[in-house]
Design a protein. Structure first.
Length: 365
């Protein structure tokens, strides 16, 4: 069992505050991903859990025990670093067993643990090799294996895949996911890559400038972003976000854009939208698509557009389009041929529309 609790955590470097009174509860066996742009505080937070950074104010508790003043080696944690942190003069077996030797674990048990983990990670034939004889993916598996042999209550990952190429990142993502299923431990994973966050996490913590912007499951963050930062950060491509104002006509509500384009706002109770209110319209690219003979979209949700740029991706095509001066991203089937400068008819799924307050950037619809 390993629950983790952050209570009123503040971190300062001199007079500069980088983590601002942060509160977060992580459940036992949960896979939590801390995600955000560079400098948001995610690695600092992870290092405070590991005991590698002092906490300026507040407490971190593991299973209700405050660990602020407990040495890193006594916290029951294991950390996997971005640069692998392998000893170059030691072979794989020696690297994986080094922590166990420091803990004065019996030799027979060390051998058993290393061989078991080596088998799980596909390293059984590489135990006598030095790090320079291994590929990037193999080195990362050794770093993971070194953490696994200690049987920690919590695994900490600090951007472990950022040094790998795209194909290897996909493979290692799957291996980390399978590792979580095997060891059934609490895992905290830091990344700036929202694809890693979406594919790995039970819950995602989105950070910006030392504040938590939103916590939720990947699908919650994707479909119900609480503000424009989360809407623009989570999802590939990011959500289309365009400033506009509310326009009321009779009993109908529209958003009106700078060049006069009107888009109807489907009725929802309790939204409280008022005439001339400044808002930010949000709609994902997959909810804006070229109309074909099978498309069932209300007439008022259809718009003419000019294709500016075409980006074929194989199974789909991303289209940069202009709708009466409003530039947005649209998504088309990969087999459908669309050319730049072509006039097309688009259908919008306005049931998936989001509206954010222009001043606070928080969701209001």
């Amino acid at each position: 069992m390993a629950e983790l609790n952050f209570k009123n955590i503040i971190k300062k470097y001199g007079k500069t505050e980088v983590i601002h009174e942060l509160n977060l509860d992580i459940k036992d066996k949960e896979f939590i991903v801390l995600v955000g742009p560079s400098g948001c505080g995610k690695s600092t937070l992870l290092r405070m859990v590991a005991g590698l950074e002092e906490i300026t104010h507040g407490t971190i508790s593991i299973d209700d025990k405050i660990v602020n003043d407990i040495a890193p080696k006594d916290r029951g944690l294991a950390m996997v670093f971005q640069n692998y942190a392998l000893y170059p003069h030691m072979n794989v077996f020696e690297n994986m067993s080094f922590g166990l030797k420091l803990m004065k674990t019996p030799k027979d048990e060390i051998k058993q643990r290393v061989e078991e983990v080596g088998l799980i990670l596909g390293l059984e034939d590489l135990l006598l090799r030095k790090p320079h004889e291994l590929s990037g993916g193999q080195r990362q598996r050794v770093a993971m294996g070194r953490a696994m042999v200690r049987k920690p209550s919590i695994f900490l990952f600090d951007e472990p895949l950022s040094n790998l190429d795209a194909k290897l990142r996909i493979q290692m993502r799957a291996e980390i996911k399978m590792l979580h299923q095997r060891v059934n431990s609490t895992m905290i994973y830091v990344t700036h890559d929202q694809v890693e966050a979406m594919t790995l996490a039970d819950r995602i913590v989105v950070l910006r400038d030392g504040y938590i912007e939103q916590v939720g499951t990947p699908i919650d963050l994707f479909s119900k972003p609480q503000n424009t930062f989360v809407a623009g950060f989570i999802g590939t491509p990011p959500m289309n976000l365009v400033e506009c104002i509310i326009n009321k006509e009779s009993n109908n509500t529209f958003v009106r854009f700078e060049d006069g384009l009107l888009i109807p706002v489907p009725d929802k109770e309790g939204t409280g939208l008022v005439q001339d209110q400044k808002v930010i319209f949000g709609l994902r690219a997959e909810e804006i698509a070229p109309i074909n003979t099978h498309t069932q979209v209300p007439e008022e949700w259809r718009f003419k557009a000019k294709v500016m740029v075409v980006e074929p991706l194989g199974n789909e095509t991303q289209l940069h389009v202009d709708i009466k001066g409003i530039k947005v991203l649209s998504r088309s089937e990969g087999r459908k041929i669309v050319r730049a400068n072509e006039e097309i008819n688009l259908g919008m799924n306005l049931d998936e529309m989001h509206l954010f307050d222009a001043k606070t950037t928080k969701v209001i619809y």
